[in-house]
Design a protein. Structure first.
Ligand code: GMT
Length: 376
């Protein structure tokens, strides 16, 4: 069977649906492709967050994992592979696109192998970050991570940093195409009017230790020595309690709002001025890009793929991990120097529009699918 050139592709998408940036990117990519005429079949254990299933050409197929007294660990990856096979056959899928290596690329490899005699089912794997830098580099998963990458019909990474890491930490012998994360610049917009109330810092994350969420409280405390500002913390996760406790300890609790998980982050961001991203590591930093598209200037750390997104002093600031004084000083600069702030917010929006808008990035995925189908 050759690559279908006369009709939009039918793609099966697997991601972590409820948690983290990789699921968000997978979901938004699926919706963008569906809007361009593709048929998108999400094969996941739950309905992906941010998925608008009312959209045409979007389908959701739940992966059910049967439990059995013998199974101390129910084998999700096997249930996923079986479901991929089933959906590929029923829906005549052209390819699978899996996000995050473990176990999604491994399950896709299994599905492709199971269908070998009947039909072709190539799969594309997108690397997002911790699948390489944490899980993939851990010795218990390294061999299967390397194998699953090398067996993929096509591999993409969300930044040049992550591509290099995959070669260095996982020693995968595979061509890896860098296709950056993206933002819909029509949805994420600069507000026409300034928001009401005090200047506002924002943090968005899943509050895993890698995000260093409590640093945001320290930055707020230091910034408040110079500016009467407040902090909004959006999202939920393991460090949420620690951040809240620290807010009380530092006497900041009246100046911080914990908002929990947000369905419409594009409505929240424009109500803020500065995004704080003090992470130990970010392979890309999607929250920073979404903020930039809304003209909210990021103060982030000089790690991973962030320098590929943020040009220090131009469209955001980059400081060292843990140096909350330096990060606070940048926030103060932005909140007190109107000219600087206006210049940087325009530059941030321009970066989002000119380099990372869906109109630029989605066609790169479309071309990559055709390439993979042409050569698989
Ligand atoms: O840490 C997260 O936010 C979740 C994690 C994931 O793998 O689900 O995010 C990674 O992928 C995001 C989307 O591509 C990137 O924007 C994040 O930088 C990356 N996180 C890390 O590298 C720690």
């Amino acid at each position: 069977m050759s690559a279908p050139s006369d009709r939009p592709l039918r793609i099966g998408v697997t991601c972590y649906p409820t948690y983290g940036g990789s699921g968000i990117v997978a979901t938004e990519l699926g919706m963008e492709l569906a809007a361009r005429g593709y048929e998108i079949h999400f094969i996941t254990y739950a309905n992906p967050i941010r998925l608008d299933s009312g959209l045409p050409r979007i389908y959701y197929h739940e992966v059910e994992v049967a439990s059995y007294p013998l199974f101390q660990y129910p084998p999700y990856d096997l249930a996923l592979a079986s479901r991929m096979v089933e959906i590929a056959e029923w829906q005549q899928l052209d390819l699978l696109h899996v996000h995050y290596v473990i176990p999604h690329a491994t399950a896709a490899f299994l599905a492709r192998s199971m269908l070998r005699e009947k039909r072709r089912l190539p799969f594309v794997t997108t690397l997002h970050g911790t699948d390489i830098t944490l899980i993939g580099s851990d010795k218990s998963y390294l061999p299967v991570t390397r194998f699953s990458i090398e067996e993929s019909d096509g591999v993409t990474a969300i930044s040049e940093y992550l591509r290099q890491q995959t070669y260095e930490a996982v020693r995968a012998r595979k061509d890896i195409r860098v296709i950056s994360n993206f933002v819909n610049c029509d949805l994420y917009r600069v507000p026409r009017q300034a928001h009401e109330g005090r200047p506002r810092l924002l943090h968005i994350s899943n509050f895993r230790p890698v995000k260093r969420a409590p640093d945001c409280i320290r930055i707020l405390a230091r910034a408040r020595e110079s500016v009467d500002c407040e902090l909004w913390m959006a999202g939920d996760g393991p460090d949420c309690g620690a951040a809240e406790r620290l807010a009380f300890e530092l006497g900041m609790h009246e100046h911080v709002r914990f908002l929990g998980k947000q369905d419409h982050i594009e409505r929240l961001i424009p109500q803020c001025d500065v995004l704080l991203l003090p992470s130990t590591l970010e392979s890309f930093g999607l929250a920073a890009l979404e903020a930039m598209a809304c003209g909210v200037v990021p103060v982030a750390t000089r790690v991973g793929g962030l320098p590929e997104l943020i040009t220090h002093g131009q469209d955001g600031f980059l400081e060292e991990v843990g140096d909350t004084d330096a990060q606070a000083a940048r926030a103060i600069e932005l909140l007190t120097d109107r000219d600087l702030y206006n210049r940087m917010r325009r530059a941030a929006r321009a970066t989002a529009e000119e380099r990372f808008c869906t109109t630029r990035i989605i066609p790169q995925y479309e071309a990559f699918y055709r390439e993979v189908l042409g050569s698989a």
